[in-house]
Design a protein around this ligand. Structure first.
Ligand SMILES: NC(=O)C1=CN([C@@H]2O[C@H](COP(=O)(O)OP(=O)(O)OC[C@H]3O[C@@H](n4cnc5c(N)ncnc54)[C@H](OP(=O)(O)O)[C@@H]3O)[C@@H](O)[C@H]2O)C=CC1
Ligand SMILES: O=C(O)C1=N[C@H](C(=O)O)C[C@H](O)C1
Length: 271
């Protein structure tokens, strides 16, 4: 059994992870955390998430969770800031980590990489196998279609999402830029007013927010007389959680290092 701690266990992803881990047969949830002061601290995690008792008491810090139970891996879908702090705790305690949080600044990414010198970490903005295939396919399409096509990325998420553009849209933009020999300077995140003709090198990244949209990403390749649209639509969170559990199985026992879902899935890296 892989002894697993889930941070933010009552969150949208945390509760999905708890449900799927419980059904998995090979992962045992031995700890869970929630925000200090949250009503769920001190409750059974299964009761707090309406799954039914799981005999895991929610605590208010990762340190407390790791003091209370020996763990092989921590799965963290909270926020970039908190994931950096959790990675430091994992590094100090020698526990492997899976990070699904998004919204990383360059400094936060560097801090995560620092912790990965001590323990193995898998971090990816999207843990769905389908999305990771779409990312690969987008890079391949860009390489084959070349500069004659204008490339745009559109993402849509629920009204509660805190970061924009989504981590997945940013990853798509990065792999598209690399495939097309473009740079971060070529990424455009907003258009308004007299913007003039579209620069040929531009890669647009646009954001929609509303309702309960789980996660949608489309890459448009606009050509002359034709266009290609590559779309992924998540209709629930199970595939993100299933990917994270797959990453947890993969990361336990690895040497220290920072890994992506592409490594977990055995893909060649695209960026
Ligand atoms: N990689 C992937 O495949 C995916 C990534 N994500 C990313 O995962 C992250 C979480 O998303 P989502 O589950 O929708 O967000 P939620 O807000 O539902 O979950 C985050 C949870 O973390 C809790 N939390 C806040 N502070 C602490 C703390 N100090 N200690 C412990 N827990 C804390 C929150 O509690 P409270 O509600 O009280 O603030 C909340 O329950 C986001 O960055 C999102 O973009 C999401 C889906 C898929
Ligand atoms: O916050 C979300 O919900 C999601 N966030 C991830 C992202 O930012 O790419 C992945 C997924 O689309 C859901």
């Amino acid at each position: 059994m892989i002894r697993t701690v889930i941070t933010g266990i009552t969150g949208r992803m945390g509760s999905t992870l708890l449900r799927l881990a419980r059904e998995s047969g090979d992962l045992r949830v031995v700890g869970g955390t929630a925000r200090p002061g949250s009503a769920s601290v001190g409750q059974d995690a299964g009761v707090a998430t309406r799954l039914g008792p799981v005999d895991v008491t929610v605590v208010d810090s990762l340190e407390r969770a790791l003091d209370a139970a020996q763990a092989d891996v921590v799965i963290d879908f909270t926020s970039a800031e908190l994931s950096v702090a959790h990675a430091k705790v994992c590094a100090a305690r020698g526990v492997a980590l899976v990070v699904g949080s998004t919204g990383f600044t360059p400094e936060a990414s560097a801090a995560l990489a620092e912790s990965a010198k001590a323990v193995p970490i898998v971090a990816a903005p999207n843990m769905s196998v389908g999305v990771n295939l779409v990312i690969r396919m987008a890079a391949e399409l860009a390489r084959v279609l070349g500069p004659g096509f204008d490339v745009e990325v559109l993402e849509a998420h629920h009204r509660m999402k805190k970061d924009a553009p989504s981590g997945t849209a940013l990853r798509l933009a990065d792999v598209l830029a690399e495939a097309l020999g473009r740079t971060q300077e070529d990424l455009t995140f907003a258009r308004h007013g007299q913007i003039g003709a579209r620069p040929a090198r531009e890669i647009g990244v646009q954001t929609l927010r509303g309702g309960d949209v789980v996660g949608e990403h489309t890459v448009y390749f606009f050509g002359e007389g034709e266009r290609i649209e590559l779309t992924h639509r998540a209709t629930n969170r199970d595939q993100f959680a299933a990917g994270a559990l797959r990453a947890a199985r993969w990361v336990v026992g690895r040497a220290p290092g920072l890994h992506d879902m592409a490594d977990v899935l055995g893909f060649q890296r695209t960026s």
